[in-house]
Design a binder for this molecule. Structure first.
Ligand SMILES: NC(=O)c1ccc[n+]([C@@H]2O[C@H](COP(=O)([O-])OP(=O)(O)OC[C@H]3O[C@@H](n4cnc5c(N)ncnc54)[C@H](OP(=O)(O)O)[C@@H]3O)[C@@H](O)[C@H]2O)c1
Length: 164
């Protein structure tokens, strides 16, 4: 996830223009390596035809609206619970899955303790308000810092393991 120094992933209106190109390329490589991504319906629709569906990977879009459920050309739109989605991906042979947000989707996986690792690219700006990394979470979760990588001047990526 690309975050601001004050922990937001986008402005309320969805603006993410501040995300660095280097980080975007890094993000795309991580997804290609995993072979699949899980994305919230709002993020998917915001970038549909632009970033998503991402080519050559299996895209899972979560929605609560069962009427939208369908599968076409490597894109599954699903109302399955997070655990069921992970089981399905596992059955398809994926060893890991990249949960790419937004904040609402992230919380639904965190709540069920289904997140093992978190990568945060901390961008050098303060957004003041917006969409949080984890929206509406009540959870208290301890993390272990596994690594820090400087992606470019002014941009570090933090790698955490979730302590379960
Ligand atoms: N900076 C970054 O790295 C980054 C990454 C990703 C996204 N973003 C930003 O995040 C913003 C969107 O975040 P958001 O929190 O508003 O929305 P979101 O998480 O992208 O999408 C929320 C929607 O996804 C569906 N959903 C989420 N969890 C679900 C679950 N467990 N089961 C079924 N459906 C589920 C629901 O869709 P329905 O309403 O259809 O039921 C829900 O309303 C965008 O502005 C985007 O640009 C930033």
């Amino acid at each position: 996830m690309a975050i601001s120094a004050d922990g937001f992933i986008a402005k309320k209106d969805g603006d993410s223009d501040w995300v660095s190109e280097v980080d975007t390329l890094n993000f795309e490589k991580t997804i290609k390596d995993a072979g699949c991504l899980i994305v919230g319906r709002k993020t998917f629709e915001q970038y549909e035809g632009e970033l998503y569906p991402m080519k050559d990977v299996y895209n899972v879009v979560l929605t609560n609206n069962k009427e939208k459920n369908k599968e076409t050309n490597g894109v599954l739109i699903s109302s399955k619970p997070p655990m069921e989605v992970l089981k399905l991906l596992n059955q398809k042979g994926f060893k890991s899955a990249v949960v790419i947000g937004g904040g609402t989707l992230n919380t639904s996986f965190l709540k069920e303790r289904l997140i093992d690792e978190i990568y945060l690219s901390v961008h050098p700006l303060i957004l003041g308000n917006g969409i949080k990394l984890f929206e509406n979470t009540q959870d208290f979760v301890n993390l272990k810092l596994e690594g820090v990588e400087k992606l470019e001047d002014n941009l570090v990526q933090l790698h955490y393991k979730v302590i379960k």
